[in-house]
Design a protein around this ligand. Structure first.
Ligand SMILES: CC(C)(COP(=O)(O)OP(=O)(O)OC[C@H]1O[C@@H](n2cnc3c(N)ncnc32)[C@H](O)[C@@H]1OP(=O)(O)O)[C@@H](O)C(=O)NCCC(=O)NCCS
Length: 146
């Protein structure tokens, strides 16, 4: 993850392929980062809630990378960054349509963390499924309720 930030964050911003958001301390130390890109979700792989009535590919926002510095883990920084990405998805949905936010969980532990935030598996029956999504409509409902 550090390697990606160091080597590719600036380049992918320059190439307009990913935008990297950072949470830093006032001293400039990076506590966490997330990279975001627009994506097209293969409708044939999507569950009904995502694919039904959608074009192919289904328009979405991809959280491509997310990492929190170990010194800052467990303090809500990762959650705050995801909340920021979700708020961006709601805004994007108004201006250009974004059906869902998607992420590929890094491992089983990360998957459990995403599920806790409300994400769903593409295939609920498959324990080895690491492709996750959250409908933008669900985000809007949550924001509307707070
Ligand atoms: C996963 C990661 C982003 C979490 O970031 P974080 O800032 O530590 O997480 P937060 O502090 O926002 O959330 C912590 C909460 O999640 C809970 N949590 C932690 N790991 C969990 C897990 N595996 N399953 C369920 N809940 C978990 C904690 O108990 C805590 O709950 P609380 O707020 O009720 O006390 C971070 O650990 C990380 O960078 N991991 C390595 C890279 C990675 O896996 N990235 C995800 C890419 S898919």
């Amino acid at each position: 993850m550090n390697e990606w930030l160091r080597r590719y964050a600036r380049q992918s911003r320059r190439d307009d392929t990913a935008a990297t958001w950072i949470i830093a301390t006032p001293e400039g130390r990076i506590a966490a980062f997330a990279s975001l890109s627009m994506t097209g979700i293969d409708r044939s792989e999507a569950p009904a809630s995502l694919g039904k009535g959608s074009p192919n590919p289904v328009p979405g926002l991809l959280i491509g990378r997310l990492a929190v510095d170990q010194d800052f883990e467990g303090r809500g920084v990762g959650t705050a960054l995801v909340q920021h990405a979700l708020a961006l998805a709601v805004g994007l949905n108004i201006s250009a349509a974004c059906k869902a936010v998607v992420v590929v969980a890094l491992n089983a532990e990360a998957k459990a963390w995403w599920l806790r935030l409300g994400f769903h598996c593409f295939d609920e029956e498959d324990d080895d499924c690491f492709d996750l999504f959250l409908l933008t409509a669900e985000i809007e409902e949550t924001f509307g309720a707070t």
